[in-house]
Structures are given as C-alpha cells and as structure tokens.
Design a binder for this molecule. Structure first.
Ligand code: FAD
Length: 297
C-alpha cells in the first residue's frame, strides 16, 4: 500500500492529467464529531483518494486520539492512511514504539513533522532524548522500513525560518534524508506555489511537492490562524466575505469558486495531485474536487 504514485515536478504549462486528491482530518473528539467523521469518510472514499491523513495532537490525550483515529481509519477504509507524527514531547523510545505500533496495524505512511511548542505560538523545544529535527526522524523512519514518508513545505516560507533560502535548504535536507514527497502549507495565490516549485527545482529538489489546499470554511478564523502558520490571506478577500456576511450559501459558493480557480490554475501548470485540509468539514473539499474532476482534460 503506497500513498499514490509520485508526481514528476513540472515547470512548463499545459493541462495536467486527471487530478488525484488526499484528505487530511483531525481526530474527532466527541461522539457527535465521531458520527460526522465516519459519514464524511464514506463520502470522500467515493473520490478514490490517494490517501487519507490524520493530524497528530500536541501532547498526551491529543496524541492518543490521533493514533486511535488513524488505526480505526486503516481498519475501516480501503484508502491508504498516513499518520502525522511530530517530534514534540516524546523521547525516541516512545515515538519509535508509536511508529512500530502503527506499522503493525497496517499503516504504511507517515507525515513526519517537527511540531510546535506546547503553548500556542511557543517555539518548538526538542525533548532531550527525543528526535531533534525532522531529518533525524525521517532517517529513522526510512531505515526502519517505512514505505511512504511525506514532510511539510512552506511556499510562503515558515515563520521561524532565518531566510527563504534556509527554509528551502531545510526542505531539501528532509527529502535527502529519505522522505518521498512534500506537502505544502496552504496558500491562496497560485503564483506563491509556482514560484516555490521553480525555486525548489533550481535548488535540486526532484521529488514531488503536493500543494495543500484549504477551502475557506470561516474567513475570520482562517485569517487568525494563518498569521501563526506561514500563510497569507489576500486582502481582497476581506471585501468579498464582508459582502457575504449574511449569506451562508453565497459564502459557501464563493469559497468553492476560489478553491476551484486555484486548482484550475495549478492544473494548467502541470499539477495533478492536491492535498486538502478538510478541517473535518468536507462539504467544501468534496464540491471543489468534483468541479476539478469535471474540468475538460
Ligand atoms: P521543520 O521542517 O523542522 O522546520 C520548520 C522550519 O524551521 C523550516 O522550514 C526551517 O525554516 C526552519 N528550520 C528547522 N530546522 C532547521 C535547521 N536545522 N536549519 C535551518 N532551518 C531550520 N503540526 C502538528 O502539531 N500536528 C500535525 O499533524 C501537523 N500537520 C501538518 C501537516 C502539514 C502538511 C504542514 C505543512 C504542517 C503541519 N503541522 C502539524 C504544523 C507543523 O508542525 C508546524 O508548521 C511546525 O512549526 C513546523 O513543522 P515542520 O515539520 O515543518 O518543521
């Protein structure tokens, strides 16, 4: 079971092949969220995704919920599943035990991440006996037989990067350590991704870089959390969402149209694989994928 065929980086223009999708979920916490989650999974399976992924909680019970969710997803669905894992709050022995437990349950993919500090906005602080960096974690995963390893990339540069060049070099280190592909932070301007892809190729990165797409479910909330995670929201959206303040259907249709336009522009530049940040609200992602599949090839 692999996480889909790697896509070859592409600099030219021209329509890509039929798009493929992956969908990211977070672990549902309440019984109500669980019921919604499983309905959602069933609906997204019909789009034949390359893989589902499940985010990894910050600490303690959050991490246990992630592991339980990813195992349940692997048991219940035929779609390949990737577990996000971070270096936060665990020594190597503990994290390695999680990795092997997941593998014993049939999970063959990992999204290997550093993670952030325990408090919102706090910098990452490595556990003294833990993995100190993503390349170190990727080296272990690859050496111990992991089948499909993804890492994170930042088209608009990670907020803690010392420079765009260092940020890109760090991505290269993660891929050179053995990761198969990178999934980007979400972005709203196609140019940000396309310029980043060109810079990555110029820096010698030949592995696939999959664009992360976040359909906007709640404009204000997206503006708030984008400030922390290295993504900018175009200021022109503010007027559009303000105009649609009392029109939920209009906002929904506008958000779908924005993400479809972004996807179409990327497809015209040879992109054929997309990773959707669903935030477990899959109506938007589902509608966008259906539109992209309908595009004349
Ligand atoms: P890293 O790759 O270590 O680094 C982030 C940046 O720090 C780099 O881009 C680089 O600029 C700089 N840097 C780090 N080390 C060096 C070095 N040695 N030299 C120079 N520069 C360096 N968070 C969660 O808690 N759980 C999740 O499930 C989760 N899933 C995510 C999925 C995706 C696709 C993405 C894009 C992010 C996700 N995150 C998740 C958020 C992520 O944990 C944060 O963005 C975090 O701040 C950085 O993690 P990273 O793996 O990119 O870290």
């Amino acid at each position: 079971m692999t996480l889909g065929e790697p896509t070859v980086p592409h600099t030219g223009t021209g329509k890509s092949q039929q798009p493929t999708f992956s969908f990211e979920f977070f672990p549902p916490r309440t019984a109500l969220m669980q019921r919604k989650f499983w309905r959602t999974v069933g609906r997204m399976e019909a789009l034949s995704p390359a893989f589902f992924s499940v985010t990894y909680g910050a600490l303690g019970s959050g991490q246990t919920q992630s592991v339980d969710t990813v195992k349940a997803l692997c048991a219940e669905s035929d779609v390949p599943v990737a577990a996000h894992l971070t270096c936060v709050g665990a020594n190597r022995e503990t994290l390695n035990a999680v990795i092997h437990d997941l593998r014993d349950c049939g999970i063959r993919g990992v999204v290997a991440l550093r993670g952030d500090g325990e408090e919102p906005g706090a910098p990452f602080c490595a556990h003294p006996d833990g993995y100190q960096s993503v390349p170190e974690l990727v080296t272990y995963l690859r050496g111990s037989g992991e089948q499909a390893i993804s890492v994170a990339a930042y088209p608009e540069v990670h907020p803690q990067a010392s420079s765009p060049e260092e940020d890109l070099l760090h991505l290269k280190r993660k891929l050179d350590a053995g990761a198969d592909q990178a999934i980007t932070q979400y972005f709203f301007e196609a140019e940000d991704f396309l310029r980043f892809r060109d810079r990555a190729i110029a820096a010698g990165i030949a592995k696939p870089i999959i664009p992360g797409i976040l359909p906007i479910h709640n404009y204000q909330r997206v503006v708030q959390f984008s400030q922390r995670c290295g993504a900018s929201v175009p200021t022109r959206f503010a007027d559009d969402y303000a105009r649609l303040d009392n029109d939920p259907q209009g906002r929904y249709e506008f958000s779908v149209a924005l993400a479809v336009r972004l996807g179409e522009t990327l497809m015209a530049e040879g992109v054929s694989q997309f990773h959707f940040y669903t935030l477990n609200q899959t109506d938007l992602s589902h509608a966008v994928c259906c539109e992209l599949l309908r595009e004349p090839q």
